[in-house]
Design a protein around this ligand. Structure first.
Ligand code: PMV
Length: 323
């Protein structure tokens, strides 16, 4: 009873920050993301009578700190399959873990698919999305490729809180230049950060209230392939999320000086007519989203900024797959 799955990271153009229900991990706001082809997690899950306890290895290291979250996801699938076998989970990320590059998104999407398939569960994508959501909110989106929207849902039990594709990557093949400004894992995870913002940020209520406006506008921009509108609203939404985080107690400043320098560089490039905009998740890395013709140019500019350790260019990728 063994299966392997590969899932890609995604970055949010309209962010998820805050929860409606912590136990079921239902987000307080919808979100829209793009799935990135070259940043992925591969996970092998093996269930068996001979395995005495659940174990989790990430990049060849036992990660006891992450084991409870992995077990919660395995438990959901074990209860669907009506089995109680323990599992051995072995996972690899081809990019830095826990540094604001959405490793939990690709990680839980790959885990959900691999664990389901190894238990012989042939769930449709929206069901996988619901299960992945319970591991990590953003993982619900990595089940799908291209442009993806995550719904809050209205049922309260999480059964309609899943992601759905909006547009395929072939229809609008944007590219992303990722500028890595820090390789270490961040000090405050998204999960803890958003809980602090909910409780302490004076802007949290406005954030939740105005999120549907950004969602509608970004969805429309994607459907119309209107880059300028997408750029304006995605940058605004990103800065709003960080404003909420920065105003939390204690303050959550995920950026470093290279992050800020990259923000200015990307805005300057756009002012000079280059179709590019930035977004930043809960970490110091910058993701510059652009049309394919300009990605080399954008990479060249970002690579030369002091504090940028590395850059990579990726197109948009497919959803989770069994391999
Ligand atoms: O899925 P989590 O719990 O890692 O939270 C993701 C939060 C952000 O990356 C900051 C925003 C998002 O929508 O991905």
């Amino acid at each position: 009873m063994k299966a392997t799955a590969k899932a890609r990271a995604n970055i949010a153009l309209v962010k998820y920050w805050g929860k409606l229900n912590t136990d079921l991990n239902i987000p307080a706001v919808g979100s829209i993301s793009i799935t990135l082809d070259k940043l992925w997690t591969e996970t092998e899950v093996e269930f068996g009578k001979s395995i005495s306890a659940d174990t989790f290895f990430l990049n060849n290291e036992a990660r006891k700190d992450q084991l409870d979250r992995v077990i919660s996801c395995l438990d959901i699938l074990r209860s669907h399959a009506k089995v109680s076998y323990a599992a051995r989970v072995v996972s690899h990320n081809n990019f830095p873990t826990g540094a604001g590059l959405a490793s939990s998104a690709s990680g839980f999407a790959a885990l959900t698919m691999a664990a389901a398939r190894s238990l012989g569960l042939n769930f449709p994508p929206n069901k996988l999305s619901i299960i992945a959501r319970q591991g990590s909110g953003s993982a619900a989106r990595s089940i799908f490729g291209g442009f993806v929207e995550m719904h809050v849902g209205s049922k309260g039990d999480g059964s309609d809180s899943f992601a759905e594709p909006i547009l395929s990557s072939d229809d609008w093949p944007l590219e992303v230049v990722v500028a890595i400004t820090e390789r270490k894992e961040k000090e405050v995870s998204s999960r803890i950060g958003m809980a602090k913002s909910e409780l302490t940020s004076p802007y949290y209520g406005e954030w939740v209230k105005t999120s549907p406006i950004d969602l509608n506008s970004v969805r429309e921009a994607i459907q119309a392939q209107d880059f300028e509108q997408l750029a304006e609203v995605a940058e605004l939404n990103c800065l709003k999320m960080h404003a909420v985080a920065i105003a939390s107690q204690p303050p959550l400043v995920y950026w470093n000086s290279a992050t800020v320098a990259c923000i200015h560089a990307v805005r300057e490039l756009r002012r000079s007519g280059i179709p590019v905009f930035f977004t930043i998740d809960a970490g110091p890395q910058i993701k510059a989203v652009c049309t394919p013709g300009v990605s080399k140019n954008v990479e060249k500019v970002l690579r030369d900024i002091p504090g940028v350790l590395d850059t990579l260019v990726t197109g948009l990728g497919p959803g989770v797959e069994e391999i």
